[in-house]
Design a protein around this ligand. Structure first.
Ligand code: ADP
Length: 386
């Protein structure tokens, strides 16, 4: 564990970048530092690998003060990834990645072999190995940066806005890749971003910092969305935090009905309630074709994107119902076969139930926020799925 213990950083010009920050960063998890520009995230990250020395307080790794470790040994145990990757422009991709193993005295063939293995791990085609950084896209360069940081297999990875300079689609790909790599490698990752969506997506734990280098809240993402500690955190999470929170609730408990589901060409089922206005038509294999108005033979209305019951979140189910022309969402199994349909109303009830179980949600309050920022401390959201 990396323990940041009451650390303050005052730069020579008097700027207090970090103010009595205490954080316990868990092993083998992603801890995200998030907050507005200038709130001290980068300074905090750089104090962990001693690129910046604290003015006060201590940083401990597994109980040992990092000042007691030779700085080179410390840095070798920490991969470091920055925005725009920071690659050596005059070196090929494979040699960029092999940099640290070479510094550690590995032979050239062994270091290059390791580099090629890492290219595969981060989703880079081996054919790019002999290219130079300028011949790669921004997203590919960022992957090289991650591979280079992983090359010597350090237990810790420090990442400073690594994906901020690429477009949203590439960024999502990089985030998914990082989560996949983390599943395999289980590093202790400290990740800096100013983007709360990125923080909520990647973080096992999220530290929200505020200007002046103070910690506003340190919690798992679901907890953050449920119980923001104060008005600052609530504002930072944005107006749609209620909807985003639904990503942490499973759709498993939704009551599906198969009554309005019919196979193409079959007769309308008997005994349907008058409230059922549409039928979901499937092919013989059970895959959805579209919605048909009852008693009509007009062409089918699009069924939209179905959700996978149990795997997808309540947010996905809600999205599905909101986008559906009938207001009903279509549930499928992992193979895409219909398992039932569910109305917006039923989803809304499940949402109310989830909110109730997740702790009373006090909704938007315009009164300047909680005065007792710590009153939710220690609660965890039992429904969190991910
Ligand atoms: P963030 O990463 O959250 O944007 P930084 O840690 O980079 O924040 O900066 C925190 C504060 O410290 C800012 O006010 C910044 O201007 C200031 N700062 C950063 N580096 C220096 C420095 N070398 N000298 C003086 N002030 C600095």
């Amino acid at each position: 564990m990396i323990r940041i213990d009451s650390v303050t950083k005052r730069y020579p010009d008097g700027t207090v970048a970090v103010d009595r920050l205490s954080l316990d960063i868990p092993d083998r998890a992603i801890t995200v530092l998030v907050g507005p520009s200038g709130c001290g995230k980068t300074t905090t990250l750089r104090m962990i690998n001693r690129m910046v020395e604290p003015s006060e307080g201590t940083i401990l790794i597994d109980g040992e003060d990092i000042l007691r470790r030779p700085v080179n040994t410390l840095r070798r145990s920490m991969g470091y990834v920055i925005q725009n990757a920071g690659l050596f422009q005059h070196r090929t991709i494979v040699d960029n990645i092999a940099t640290v193993p070479r510094l550690l005295g590995w032979s050239k063939p062994k270091a290059r072999e390791r580099a090629r293995e890492l290219m595969e791990r981060v989703g880079l085609d081996g054919s790019l190995a002999r290219r130079y950084p300028y011949q790669l896209s921004g997203g590919q360069q960022q992957r090289v940066g991650v591979a280079r940081a992983l090359a010597a297999d350090p237990p810790v990875l420090l990442m400073d806005e690594p994906f901020s300079a690429v477009d949203p689609v590439v960024r999502k790909g990089l985030q998914d890749e990082l989560l996949r790599i983390q599943d395999e490698l289980g590093k202790t990752i400290v990740f800096v971003t100013h983007d709360i969506d990125e923080a909520v997506k990647l973080g096992t734990m999220v530290a929200v910092m505020r200007t002046g280098g103070r910690l506003a809240q340190f919690a798992p993402p679901a907890e953050l969305l449920t119980h923001p500690a104060d008005a600052f955190v609530e504002d930072f999470l944005g107006a749609d935090r209620g909807v985003r929170r639904l990503s942490f609730f499973s759709s498993a408990g939704l009551e599906l009905t198969t009554a309005p589901v019919v196979t193409d060409g079959a007769d309308e089922p008997e005994g349907l309630g008058a409230d059922v206005e549409f039928l979901l038509v499937t092919d013989a294999d059970g895959r959805p074709l579209g919605w048909r108005e009852r008693g009509s033979s007009a062409r089918l209305l699009s069924h939209g994107r179905p959700f996978v019951a149990g795997t997808d979140s309540l947010r996905a189910a809600l999205d599905c119902a909101v986008l559906s022309p009938t207001g009903w969402a279509v549930a499928v199994d992992a193979d895409g076969r219909v398992t039932g349909v569910v109305s917006q109303r039923t989803i809304a009830e499940a949402i109310r139930g989830a909110h109730a179980e997740g702790g009373h949600d006090d909704g938007g309050h315009e009164d300047g926020g909680h005065e007792d920022g710590g009153h939710h401390e220690g609660r965890t959201d039992k429904k969190a799925v991910g």
